[in-house]
Write a new protein. Structure first.
Length: 165
C-alpha cells in the first residue's frame, strides 16, 4: 500500500514539474494572416471599429492608429483558468499589432504578462508552455471575432453590389 501512495505522489510531482517547460521567444507570439476582398482603407476602418468595441476597459487602449502605414497597435487584458478550467483564474495582458495591406491583414499577439495574485499582486512575462497554450486558446477567440467582423464588411459590400444590379 505504501508503494502505491509513493507512486501516486511521484506521478503528481512529475506532472506538476512537467508544466514548467519554458518556451523560446519566437513561440511567445501568436500571428496569423487573413485575406479579405476589401481595400486597405476599408480593412483599416473595420479593424479600428472592432478594436474600439473590444478594448473598452481601463487597462485596454489603442496605442497607435496610423492609416497611411496601415498599422494599429493596442493593449488588452484577458483571463484564463489555470487548473481544470475553473479553479484559478489568471489575468494576463498582451499587445495586439494589426498590419494592413490591400486584400489582407496580419494580426500579431505578443508581450504576454501574467498576473499572480494569490497573496500579493505580482506579474511576470509568460514564459512557460502551459501559460502560452492557455493564453493562445483565449486569444484565438479574439482573432476569430476580428476575422468575422472584418469579413462581414466584405459580405456587406457584395450585398450592396447585388442590390445595385
Amino acid at each position: 500500500m505504501k508503494y502505491i501512495h509513493l507512486i501516486c505522489i511521484g506521478v503528481i510531482a512529475l506532472y506538476g514539474c512537467g508544466r514548467l517547460v519554458k518556451v523560446q521567444d519566437q513561440e511567445r507570439m501568436i500571428r496569423q494572416v487573413f485575406s479579405v476582398k476589401l481595400s486597405k482603407d476599408e480593412i483599416f476602418d473595420r479593424t479600428l471599429d472592432w478594436c474600439a468595441k473590444k478594448f473598452v476597459t481601463v487597462n485596454d487602449a489603442i496605442v497607435v492608429k496610423d492609416k497611411e502605414k496601415g498599422k494599429i497597435i493596442g493593449k488588452g487584458v484577458g483571463k484564463y483558468s489555470e487548473y481544470f478550467d475553473f479553479l484559478v483564474d489568471r489575468e494576463f495582458s498582451y499587445t495586439i499589432t494589426i498590419e494592413i495591406k490591400d486584400n489582407r491583414y496580419r494580426v500579431t499577439f505578443d508581450n504576454f504578462v501574467v498576473y499572480y495574485d494569490e497573496r500579493q499582486l505580482t506579474a511576470s512575462r509568460a514564459e512557460f508552455k502551459f501559460e502560452i497554450n492557455k493564453i493562445r486558446k483565449q486569444l484565438e477567440k479574439n482573432m476569430e471575432d476580428l476575422r468575422d467582423y472584418v469579413s462581414s464588411g466584405a459580405a456587406e459590400k457584395e450585398q450592396k453590389k447585388v442590390e445595385e444590379w
